[in-house]
Design a protein around this ligand. Structure first.
Ligand SMILES: NC(=O)c1ccc[n+]([C@@H]2O[C@H](COP(=O)([O-])OP(=O)(O)OC[C@H]3O[C@@H](n4cnc5c(N)ncnc54)[C@H](O)[C@@H]3O)[C@@H](O)[C@H]2O)c1
Length: 350
């Protein structure tokens, strides 16, 4: 299959890990050497088959730079795992719209460069898939870029928690334009939501009655500040609904992001509490913490998403592609169990 050509919207931490990941894994010839990837080869494509052809941001420390340099510019704090050679892709200035919130005003330095013609650049570079990696509070900007994807004939990946793939009106617009759309809110490879759901399912399958459970986390990337400011409630609703769906009965469930701790850098601490009863009303409790780094947590799933979308493009699928949405996003148009989502995704690729 020819290379899949991607445009990145937002050159933040996730974009940094994504691009570094392409470079990092391109040195391995054998799939079994690609440690850390769920699917070294997916539908015949390796990470080497992913080519970033365009990128857009608003920060003066990134706009005008080669993407290989821009990914390491402040305020990005995703870990550096490898040098990335010059890509020839210059970061273009996108329109700001609601890209900066009250809390990120002091973090993002908006460039004075005039806005570029996004749709024209997408067409000229031959971008096939637009990946929306804007801050989670950038609802209007996310929709603005989705419009440009429609005008330029690009498939659209919404990694943000804004409702696009799960919104029937947007799904119809992509359907009418014969373009595939996936989202919303990317799942993590080592995700607290998936871990929480798996633990609850394991316990309830074994006859444990869960009474109360929460999962809360703190992080240190710019995205954690934006979440606090603008999307805390929406994220909490998405995560809580997703976690609650793993129990066959109603229980007290809370799941969401809670706070920003700057010295954590791009790390995230996730806390889990589960309380229930088993045989003869005997109480059980789980009190657990795990630590991950945010941006690399998006890499493997994003690799799967863009390669699966290439399959969707080849199959001429249009509108929200349910099997990809259910497999790779926290808020798909149809919420499924983890097992059902995996099965649908495998069936789609087969
Ligand atoms: N593991 C993960 O990190 C993960 C998982 C699920 C979802 N997501 C989502 O992915 C998105 C990106 O996360 P991140 O950590 O890379 O965020 P980030 O804050 O590091 O990056 C966002 C980038 O967007 C740029 N930007 C702001 N407004 C813009 C505009 N109007 N046009 C173009 N660029 C603009 C910023 O300058 C910044 O470079 C978030 O919405 C987040 O919720 C991330």
């Amino acid at each position: 299959m020819p290379q899949v050509k991607v445009a990145l919207i937002g050159v933040g931490n996730c974009a940094s890990s994504f691009l570094q990941g392409i470079q990092y894994y391109s040195k391995f010839q054998k799939p079994e050497d690609c440690i850390g990837l769920r699917n070294p080869v997916l539908a015949g494509q390796t990470p080497k088959d992913i080519q970033v052809v365009a990128a857009f941001d608003v920060d003066e420390r990134k706009v005008g730079l080669d993407l290989a340099e821009a990914i390491f510019a402040k305020p990005n704090n995703a870990p550096k795992v490898c040098d990335v050679p010059s890509t020839g892709v210059i970061v273009n200035k996108g329109p700001l719209l609601d890209g900066v919130g009250k809390s990120t005003e002091s973090i993002i330095k908006v460039s004075a460069t005039p806005d570029s013609d996004v749709a024209k650049i997408l067409k000229e570079t031959g971008a096939q898939i637009m990946v929306n990696l804007l801050p989670s509070g950038a609802a209007k900007a996310s929709q603005w870029y989705a419009e440009r994807a429609l005008s330029a004939g690009c498939a659209f990946v919404n990694a943000t928690p804004n409702f696009i793939a799960s919104d029937a009106a947007w799904a119809k617009r992509f359907m009418d334009a014969n373009l595939p759309l996936v989202g919303d809110d990317l799942v993590d490879q080592v995700g607290s939501t998936a871990l929480h759901k798996t633990l609850l399912k394991l316990l309830s399958d074994n006859g444990v009655r869960i009474n109360e459970t929460y999962q809360l986390d703190v992080g240190g990337g710019a995205e954690s500040v934006d979440t606090l400011d603008r999307t805390r409630d929406a994220k909490r609703a998405i995560k809580t609904q997703s976690v609650a769906s793993s129990l066959p009965y109603k229980a007290e469930v809370v799941a969401g992001s809670t706070d920003y701790v700057d010295f954590l850098q791009n790390k995230r601490d996730s806390y889990f509490w589960i309380s229930g009863v088993y045989f003869c009303d005997t109480p059980m409790k789980i009190d657990l913490k795990f630590q991950t780094v945010d941006a690399p947590n998006a890499g493997s799933v994003l690799f799967d998403v863009v390669r699966a979308l290439k399959v969707a493009l080849n199959k001429k699928q249009a509108g929200s592609v349910i099997p990809i949405c259910a497999y790779a996003f926290k808020r798909p148009p149809q919420i499924m169990s983890l097992q059902a989502a995996e099965a649908e995704f495998a069936k789609f690729l087969a």
